[in-house]
Ligand binder design. Structure first.
Ligand SMILES: *Cc1c(COP(=O)(O)O)cnc(C)c1O
Length: 354
């Protein structure tokens, strides 16, 4: 066993609804609102595509998901050789870390962000610098700039950030990129991109024209509703893609996953509906006075700050909603209207001052 992985542990999923019912003695239906999945599911066209191709599962997939790559490249007006797919963004993060990091290297990111940047860096014996969040839950880009030094080989910016839901603006990201040395890749994780409604959210693809080291990452797991099929991708320079591609397992994106993702990507009208429903439901949370305890959100979840996360978690569980506890609060995935209404009631009656 590598020495450094002794300090890590395997991913711990939350308790299943069945286990939770038993532990808390609950006799109601429980809804999983802990992993930011899209409860409405994927476009019906994605489901049709899965059925249409089901007899082909005996064959290995085409390596590199070429049909999906072509579709996205065409849509975004970029060269196909600048896109690489992983079995979810989780695998993209793993491939980049594995391809780049050596002992003595540093990654720089924020505290309270997606855990896989840290996890994969430690596996590769790299050092991790985690700059504290600002008090409003945002990434401290100035602090991150200060932390970048000669040993820094990757910078991870989660935008919008999981678990806080906050985002950095186009202007802020641009000013940041102007100051980061151009040989250091800045990996902008836009897993929640499709839920964003803020007008000043970065056009990272545009920024890439001026800053080729601004790499951007997106996934089919969140708004596209295909978390179970595992498809995510990075758009970077051709040179970087060629490097990461050496690490990629030959058949990492499954056949049905690729076809479903193509169909889902083509159905932008469905995606627009999802974005609208999510924005309406998200607004319900921010209409209540208690929203002063929440971080702003551009995603399909709301982060609630409280000194008693476990009490809030339990109160939400009692109305049938499984959320995710953190040391400084609770992250609530926005669900169907019925669940959101119940959760809003719980939040209205929760004593945040205690
Ligand atoms: C969910 C999530 C991912 C991982 O997504 P997959 O594509 O399902 O592996 C990556 N980054 C962030 C910020 C996420 O929230």
């Amino acid at each position: 066993m590598k020495e450094q992985i002794k300090q890590l542990s395997a991913y711990q999923p939350g308790l299943s609804p069945r286990a939770l019912k038993k532990e808390f003695g609950l006799d109601i239906e429980l809804h999983k609102l802990a992993s930011n999945e899209n409860l409405y599911g994927p476009s019906p066209k994605a489901k049709e595509a899965i059925k249409a191709h089901v007899d082909e599962v005996l064959y290995y997939p085409e390596t590199g998901a070429p049909t999906l790559r072509e579709e996205i490249a065409k849509d975004l007006g970029i060269d196909e050789n600048r896109i690489l797919f992983g079995a979810g963004l989780d695998e993209v993060i793993l491939m980049i870390s594995r391809a780049v990091l050596t002992p003595g290297d540093k990654i720089v990111t924020s505290q309270a962000t997606f855990g896989q940047y840290y996890h994969n860096a430690i596996v590769e014996s790299a050092e991790v610098v985690q700059v504290p969040l600002k008090s409003d839950g945002q990434f401290d880009l100035d602090g991150i700039l200060e932390a970048i030094d000669d040993d820094t080989s990757l910078v991870w910016i989660c935008n919008p950030n999981n678990p806080t839901g906050t985002y950095v603006t186009h202007d802020a990201l641009e000013a940041f990129l102007e100051k980061v040395p151009s040989h250091i890749p800045v990996l902008v994780d836009e897993a929640y991109f499709e839920f964003v409604t803020a007008e000043d959210f970065p056009d990272t693809l545009k920024l890439q024209e001026r800053f080729p080291n601004a790499f951007l990452m997106r996934t089919f797991s969140k708004a596209y509703g295909l978390a179970g099929l595992r498809v995510g991708y990075i758009i970077a320079t051709e040179e970087a893609i060629n490097t990461y591609n050496i690490i990629r397992p030959p058949f990492n994106v499954g056949r049905l996953s690729e076809y479903a993702a193509v169909a889902a990507y083509k159905d932008q009208a469905y995606l627009k509906e999802i974005q609208q429903k999510n924005a309406e439901e998200r607004a319900k949370f921010f209409e209540i006075p208690q929203s002063k305890y929440f971080f702003d959100s551009q995603t399909n979840f709301v982060f609630v700050n409280t000194k008693r996360p476990h009490d809030l978690y339990k109160a939400l569980l009692k109305v049938g909603c499984i959320t995710r506890e953190f040391p400084i609060g609770v992250r609530i995935t926005i669900g169907f209207p019925e669940q959101n209404d119940k959760m809003v009631e719980v939040l209205k009656n929760f004593d945040f001052e205690k």
